[in-house]
Write a protein that binds this ligand. Sequence first.
Ligand SMILES: NC(=O)C1=CN([C@@H]2O[C@H](COP(=O)(O)OP(=O)(O)OC[C@H]3O[C@@H](n4cnc5c(N)ncnc54)[C@H](O)[C@@H]3O)[C@@H](O)[C@H]2O)C=CC1
Ligand SMILES: O=C(O)[C@H]1O[C@H](OP(=O)(O)OP(=O)(O)OC[C@H]2O[C@@H](n3ccc(=O)[nH]c3=O)[C@H](O)[C@@H]2O)[C@H](O)[C@@H](O)[C@@H]1O
Length: 437
Amino acid sequence: MRLSVIGCGYLGAVHAACMAELGHEVVGIDLDESKVRSLSEGVAPFYEPGLPEVLRSALDSGRLRFSSDPADARGARVHFIAVGTPQKSGSSAADMTYVDSAINALIPALSPGDLVVGKSTVPVGTAQRLSATLRDAGTGALLAWNPEFLREGFAIQDTISPDRLVYGLPAGIDGETARALMDEVYAAALAAGTPLVPTDYATAELVKVSANAFLATKISFINAMAEIAEVTGADVTQLADAIGHDVRIGRRFLNAGVGFGGGCLPKDIRAFSARADELGVGHSLGFLKEMDAINLRRRDRVVALALRELGAEFPRKKVAALGLAFKPNSDDVRDSPALEIATRLAAEGTSVTATDPEALRNAQRVQPQLTYTASIDDALRGADLVIVATEWVHFRELDPVIVRELVTTPTIIDARNCLDADRWRAAGWTYIGLGRP
Ligand SMILES: NC(=O)C1=CN([C@@H]2O[C@H](COP(=O)(O)OP(=O)(O)OC[C@H]3O[C@@H](n4cnc5c(N)ncnc54)[C@H](O)[C@@H]3O)[C@@H](O)[C@H]2O)C=CC1
Ligand SMILES: O=C(O)[C@H]1O[C@H](OP(=O)(O)OP(=O)(O)OC[C@H]2O[C@@H](n3ccc(=O)[nH]c3=O)[C@H](O)[C@@H]2O)[C@H](O)[C@@H](O)[C@@H]1O
């Protein structure tokens, strides 16, 4: 089937490449010409394990191409919308200008019988509004909403073999037509037994934001327990293991630390709350504001711990910041706790040297004033304090005995509780975890 994918960022580039790999003929469209150039040359414009290989293979097959001209969507039968929906500046709501302009630019390229499929994460009510836009423009095209649940770092696997597929469909016969096209797009996943939830627009939109709200709540819950552990001498990692043995609770997403960041969880819970306020049911999501606050307090906590450990001399002290990405296996620094902590400590006047296996370029772009190095050893050399804020395997596997030789003061804040505390202490380190004695 011929497909277009509008917006080729972390979501769209992966979706376009994977759909072509599955046998569809795909054109990926992005306004950013440098991204289009890079993708067309088979160079992934961001770090995502497995993407370069899938991109190369799909380009070589002749089934995948990229363009910066929305008119090139013409001829495709299904058009995926994968543009960004960031937080609006000065508000907690989602900025819908990219989605709206993508739809407006796509309209002239549509033919009757085409299907436009929204994948971007949007406020509930968006699909209804956009379907009216397509109708009023006389396109004869239908609209479906097909939220995306991929995780950065596992994006290829999550796209080819998703946990579930959700179709938000129009009512009646249009819904059946849209569903048949969607089934054709996702034939491989459906044949492999992927659970399918066909539903209405509003439910599909809400499934997406409620899934992210639930994940954010799980992380903030355990971080709230970390706050309690810090004043009682308890160990939040043991607590998480113990409650996680209950299969109704589950251990995943109960890793206490510096909390969630990235281009999705933080902005999605804020946009969800803002939308509930608009709908007059803000009270139903009041708890999400608390989840957000708990999350941000963890960043304050790490900055405060660092300043406490550095003492009054902190402006003359050197900090090694290990990690800049919002999580390992990604180069994404959007709302990254690790980058925020490094930036705040540098702004306090300490001398921070930051490193990350993949996120240096992105971090340099948004915080050019920080000192960066690609070498972990260079970051560590002469440090008075080491902070691990992204749990890359490169940092988890550091040998505390060897690292001790490099630093001036063997003190480490493990802001992701990802190190073996006993091993670091045995090597003579002052080890500080979050929510741990
Ligand atoms: N990053 C992720 O892991 C996931 C993201 N999402 C959602 O997917 C959407 C996209 O997210 P990301 O890919 O992370 O954002 P991104 O910022 O990496 O990519 C968005 C892309 O859209 C392009 N763009 C903007 N306006 C355009 C237009 N009118 N026409 C063509 N291209 C246009 C931009 O140049 C950019 O390359 C968001 O709504 C996000 O919440 C959903 C699930 C996973
Ligand atoms: O809507 C989205 O864009 C995506 O958002 C998240 O995916 P992602 O942002 O890639 O990353 P996660 O693995 O969910 O991690 C999010 C943040 O939570 C943090 N986290 C995660 C788990 C945990 O136990 N503790 C914790 O602090 C991570 O370090 C990271 O900063 C969801 O997991 C995806 O299902 C969803 O599609």
